[in-house]
Design a protein around this ligand. Structure first.
Ligand SMILES: NC(=O)c1ccc[n+]([C@@H]2O[C@H](COP(=O)([O-])OP(=O)(O)OC[C@H]3O[C@@H](n4cnc5c(N)ncnc54)[C@H](OP(=O)(O)O)[C@@H]3O)[C@@H](O)[C@H]2O)c1
Length: 247
């Protein structure tokens, strides 16, 4: 999964470098000590020619998981919380692409308020932090700022309970990203595994405006992704005002 998001981030960066004469901007991974985020961060550090940063909540956890030493800004590791824009501003300085792998993942019994603050408000906060004037200037406009969101399958058919609430707010985040004028890509996985992937067929199972990616991409341990073997779906929100409601 992470290699898929990593490849997606890299694919997003490539055309920009050639079109605008930039050598590519800094990439920031949110949720970098999580299961997906840590793999993504390490993949990007290994394969990307861009500066790669991590947003974390715990230095000790980062040292353990990411193998950093000081685990501070000198190593591109920033403390911050997505529920607090101000705390994220330093991490977002000079950033062109943010890859968002934060989330609640359905653990525990979070209240609706907590779910919303992380799955929806947190995404809006990340966009606010990315839309700093210096970033807009440095990369030639808002449309050249990029957001890659690791969302989830099933957001258009949220069930009841905690998972349903998580999916509901993730869908709101997807819709929001469709309206911001930045370049946005949304990855919609099903269950993620840390095992090597297998060859599986990716299918679109959700309604047309929300194409879903439903499998792990790294076939037989290979971390390669080609445009031919995997469909990359950038969600186009066609009805911006039609924010979904849940009873
Ligand atoms: N795992 C799956 O099977 C699966 C399936 C479909 C979709 N997804 C989605 O994919 C994304 C990543 O999943 P995952 O399994 O990698 O999740 P994870 O292991 O639980 O990691 C979530 C990350 O989010 C961070 N985080 C949570 N609240 C935060 C906050 N307020 N401020 C800053 N960071 C915060 C956590 O920080 P700490 O490390 O400090 O706790 C953690 O690093 C999630 O959105 C999830 O819903 C996952």
């Amino acid at each position: 999964m992470s290699s898929f998001i990593c490849s997606l981030v890299l694919l997003l960066l490539a055309p920009l470098a050639s079109c605008h004469g930039h050598h590519g901007g800094t990439v920031l991974v949110l949720g970098a000590t999580g299961r997906t985020g840590s793999l993504l961060y390490k993949d990007l550090k290994k394969t990307s020619r861009h500066e790669v940063r991590a947003l974390i909540r715990s230095t000790d956890k980062a040292r353990d998981i990411l193998g950093c030493d000081k685990c501070d800004e000198s190593e591109g590791i920033y403390l911050g919380d997505i529920t607090n824009v101000t705390s994220m501003i330093p991490a977002f300085e000079h950033v062109q692409t943010v890859a968002i792998a934060t989330g609640l993942s359905g653990r525990g019994s979070p209240t609706q308020e907590v779910i919303r603050s992380i799955e929806f408000d947190g995404i809006q906060n990340a966009v606010k932090a990315l839309a700093q004037e210096t970033n807009i200037q440095a990369y030639g406009g808002v449309s050249n700022l990029r957001v890659v969101l690791c969302s989830s399958r099933g957001t258009t058919t949220p069930s009841s309970g905690v998972f349903g609430d998580i999916l509901f707010y993730k869908l709101n985040a997807e819709v929001f990203l469709g309206s911001i004028g930045m370049t946005t890509s949304i990855v919609k996985p099903c269950g993620l595994s840390t095992q090597a992937g297998q060859n599986r067929t990716l299918k679109d199972r959700e309604p047309k405006i929300y194409p879903a990616l439903l499998s792990l991409p790294n076939g037989n341990g290979s971390n390669k992704m080609t445009r031919g073997s995997i469909r990359i779906t950038t969600i186009t929100i066609q009805r911006k005002a039609d924010v979904p409601c849940k009873n």
